[in-house]
Design a protein around this ligand. Structure first.
Ligand SMILES: [Zn+2]
Length: 308
């Protein structure tokens, strides 16, 4: 079986063909200069048409940002693109490709990929925390994701960490994402020094690795905050493992032991068994996870067919 897997981010789209063993047969990146849903769907159609002519494709799988209804394949909420919110993506793409189409949130896809082929494959109950520009999450229990009543579950980034803290675009104040994300790191540094010296997480870690005292203090507070979030998650979900992914996990060598110590210090005896694991599939996780969702959709469709 073959899936066309599409990982759709804020500024780029990656398309791939993945087989049922999780092998990526081909992959290409497409820049998205226009933040418009009509443009985006044309890019998806081009990818689907090209790969469909080269491979015997069984299913098309999309991982997209924003809140997504994976049952109906609808984009419920997405601030990144115009003409995107409310879109019946599955229906639109099925008209083009005449194949089953699976649509899921990209963060769910990344965690699904790690559960299937990566760092989380030995665990049954896993909470994923994806720390990149922002902070996303998802909870999986024996292969099934907790979606919530309106497909909004797993918004770890918008749990409130500091009542009356920094305002967030979601309308709340003091959200986790404002303190625990790549953006939060360099913003906290700039606030500490009183001027806009940094504009990326990369620059932040350059300062940190150079022995900058402010960067060290900022990272220490970041790890304190992250460990509190993880302790709360553990008590809510009792996971086998908390998976940390996203761009930040690439720097784990400099802070993973510190985080482990803080977490162990925070939680009671019951939660000491929860493991902390780090994403191992890099940027391919979301492509693989999207494909796996697609293969599961095929299984579901064929079992429905068998019941008729
Ligand atoms: Zn928020």
């Amino acid at each position: 079986m073959y899936a066309i897997s599409i990982d759709s981010g804020g500024t780029k789209v990656v398309g791939a063909v993945v087989d049922e063993k999780g092998k990526i047969l081909t992959k290409a990146r497409h820049e998205i200069p226009v933040r418009n849903g009509d443009y985006l769907i044309d890019v998806f159609r081009d990818i689907i048409n090209r790969y469909s002519s080269d491979y015997p494709i069984d299913v098309v799988s999309i991982g997209g940002n924003g809140r997504i209804d994976p049952v109906r394949g609808i984009i419920l909420n997405c601030g990144v693109y115009q003409n995107w919110q409310g879109r019946h993506l599955r229906e639109e793409l099925q008209q083009t490709c005449r194949l089953p189409v699976s649509v899921n949130n990209d963060c769910y896809c990344a965690i699904k990929g790690e559960l299937w082929q990566g760092a989380a494959r030995e665990y049954s109950v896993v909470v994923g925390i994806i720390i990149g520009t922002g902070l996303g999450g998802a909870m999986a229990d024996h292969g099934r994701f907790w979606h919530g009543a309106r497909f909004g579950a797993g918004e770890i980034g918008h749990m409130i960490l500091r009542p009356d803290g920094l305002p967030c675009y979601c309308g709340q104040k003091g959200c986790v994402e404002r303190y625990v994300s790549g953006t939060a790191l360099w913003n906290a540094y700039n606030r500490a020094v009183g001027e806009e010296q940094l504009s990326s997480g990369y620059e932040f870690f350059e300062r940190y690795n150079g022995g900058d005292a402010t960067a060290r203090q900022v990272l220490s507070t970041f790890l304190d905050d992250l460990s509190v979030v993880m302790a709360n998650i553990s008590n809510l979900c009792d996971p086998d493992a908390i998976l940390i992914g996203g761009g930040i996990s690439e720097t784990k060598e400099v802070w993973a032991q510190e985080l482990e110590n803080r977490y162990r210090h925070q939680v009671g005896d019951c939660m000491q068994k929860t493991k902390i694991v780090y994403a191992s599939m890099g940027n391919d996780a979301a492509l693989l996870g999207a494909a796996k969702f697609g293969f599961e959709l095929l299984e579901h469709l064929s079992s429905e067919e068998g019941q008729k």
